[in-house]
Structure formats: C-alpha cells, structure tokens
Design a protein around this ligand. Sequence first.
Ligand code: CA
Length: 223
Amino acid sequence: MASTILIIEDEAEIADTLRYAVDSEGMQSIWASQGRLGLAAIEEHEVDLVILDVGLPDCNGFELLKKIRLSNDLPVMMLTARSDEVDKVVGLEIGADDYVTKPFSPREVVARIKAILKRSQNGSQVQVNGFELNETARKIKYRHTPLALTRSEYILLTTLIARPGQIFSRRQLIEHIWSDQHPSDDRIIDTHVKAVRAKLHKIDPACMPIVTHRGFGYALELD
Ligand code: CA
C-alpha cells in the first residue's frame, strides 16, 4: 500500500514541489496549508509521515509538533527557511525525526522520507520482558544482544513472546514450528527450549524468562 505523506506548508509553490516529488515516487501526498488543517488531516487520514513547515500562518511548527506528539508518534520531518542550528536542536528535542532547510532538493527530501519510513517500519518491534522482536528482519534481541537462533528456535521464541504469560503445550509449540509433518515425539520441544535457554543464560545468567509448567508446557514470564 502506498505511504501517505501529509505536507503542512502554507506556500503553495513549495507544497506543489513536494507533492510532485512525493507522488512521482509512488507515494500519496495530502496538502494542508495551515496548522489546524494539518491536525484535522491527521485525524481524518491514515498518515504515514508529516512534512511540517516551521513558519505557518496560524501557528508555529514547533507548537504544532508538540500537539501532534501528544497523541501520535508518527514520523515528522521539519521544514524551515532558516538554517538555524538552534531550530534544528529544538525540533529534534521536541521529537522531530528529521530536519530539512529551505531551499531543498526535492530528491533529497524524498530520499530522506524513504529512509524515515523504512526506519519506522523496521521499528515496529515487540518489546517484552527484555526481548525485542523485529518480525520484519526476523531477529530477536535479548537484553539488547542479538540472538543467533535456528529457524525452529526463532519460531519457538516468537510464539512465546507473542503471548507472555500464556502456557503453550509441547504439542501447540510443535504445531507452530512445523506447519506439516509434525514430529511425533513431543520431547523435541524440550531440546529446543534447552538450546534457547542456554543462549539466554549466556547473556543474563541471573534470569530465566522461559518458565516450565510441569505437566502443561512452557510460557514466557510476564514482565
Ligand atoms: Ca511557511
């Protein structure tokens, strides 16, 4: 699905340049010429990224960014006429994801938009009990350390991370890991759990987030 880019900018000529650059890259642009219209557009549309001009007729872009941040963490790229380092610092402190100074190259802006979107999509991570799961990259970190997992171990751990506290029987875990040709011996799961636990233990010997429930199965301990 095409990403939707909201451009909040009062100068029509600049907005047009940006819209052209965005649209010709297969993304969809929406234009709001005032801050309040921009806020309304965020409510109305599924916006993926905002390009926000600092100098708007009805409000200051920084104030608007603060308002957006109250309810939303979607990526925001600030746009300013001044090449002022102070502005840049203020913008980034309030929570802007990037900063572009006018005059800008539309190609550069688009390249940066793509980079931010990629970052934010990759950033859709599940974080629970010391684990960071990045399903796009199929990677799991434990206490900020990347885990080297086999395919089976990865699926096993992902299954547990998806529902912390829920007890999975060995049979359920087998069905998650092997979509067909299920191994007949349930104890194969114990081997995989043991291997994963060894990898976790190496990173943090003091904790063990995978709990055995005798007679039932395994669960990821709640935070
Ligand atoms: Ca302006």
